[in-house]
Design a protein around this ligand. Structure first.
Ligand SMILES: [Zn+2]
Length: 178
């Protein structure tokens, strides 16, 4: 056989062949019904080779979640120095009060804004991304000081201050780039 990506086969009580590329390592797992032969399965995997490689590359380029420890601490110190002037700049641009800032490891969000206490918390992970993405999250959280919800008014505030915010959001959330 030529060019069949390596894969792990599991037999299951399912109707069709199923192939997944698993995060974080890019392991290829094929689930197959009992009656499908190994030849058919490996042809199926070979057929999907370029799709598999593309996924594996994308996983390889995705930074692993930040662990607590020296790296996280270094990023926190870096953000403590570099972020406040940026937030100050944007707060002035947008006409909102300067919030207090916190930097934390977060697994599901890039930032949060407590509109009551006027506190913005930013994901440490942002220090490992392009600065334009950090800036997008800052503008997003500051926009909550004008409008709490993700509604039309909120997005109008975003567009007024950062016309390309949608593009930045797409990049930040890892959608494929053209
Ligand atoms: Zn929000």
């Amino acid at each position: 056989m030529n060019d069949v990506p390596e894969y792990t086969l599991t037999r299951k009580r399912i109707k069709n062949l199923r192939l997944t590329v698993r995060a974080p390592g890019g392991e290829v797992v094929v689930s197959a019904p009992a009656h499908v032969s190994e030849n058919v399965i490996s042809a199926f995997v070979a057929d999907k080779a370029s799709w598999i490689r593309k996924h594996q590359e994308r996983l390889a380029n995705t930074p692993q979640p930040l662990q607590a420890g020296p790296e996280a601490e270094a990023l926190r110190q870096h953000m403590k120095r570099s972020v406040p002037p940026l937030v100050e700049y944007w707060a002035q641009q947008m006409g909102v009060p300067m919030p207090s800032l916190a930097f934390r490891r977060m697994t599901t969000r890039w930032g949060t804004c407590n509109t009551q206490t006027k506190r913005v918390t930013l994901n440490l992970e942002l220090a490992r991304r392009d600065p334009s993405l950090l800036e997008y999250v800052i503008v997003h959280e500051l926009a909550h000081l004008i409008e709490r919800g993700h509604n039309e008014r909120f997005y109008a505030v975003m567009s007024a201050h950062m016309p390309d915010w949608k593009l930045r959001r797409r990049v930040l959330n890892g959608a494929p780039q053209r």
